[in-house]
Design a protein around this ligand. Structure first.
Ligand SMILES: [Zn+2]
Length: 74
């Protein structure tokens, strides 16, 4: 039994990009980021370090195929 806040009893982290509180539950599918925007920004930084981007903007149409690893449930 839990006596914490109903529906928000999971562990919390802070978004690596903006520091916003993120609850580690299905309400935040982009955890540990607070939103898809922060996740894309962070992965964009990673991409810039690993690859040479030739001026094309990040494809944001279907992130599921690219980043399904971090969305897996235990
Ligand atoms: Zn954020």
């Amino acid at each position: 039994m839990h006596f914490l806040n109903a529906g928000k009893a999971g562990p919390r982290v802070k978004c690596p990009r903006c520091g916003k509180t993120v609850y580690w539950d299905p309400s935040f599918p982009f955890r540990p980021f607070c939103s898809e925007r922060c996740k894309l920004i962070d992965l964009g930084d990673w991409a810039n370090e690993q690859h040479v981007i030739t001026g094309e903007p990040l494809e944001s149409g279907s992130p599921e195929d690219l980043w399904s690893i971090s969305d897996s449930e235990p």
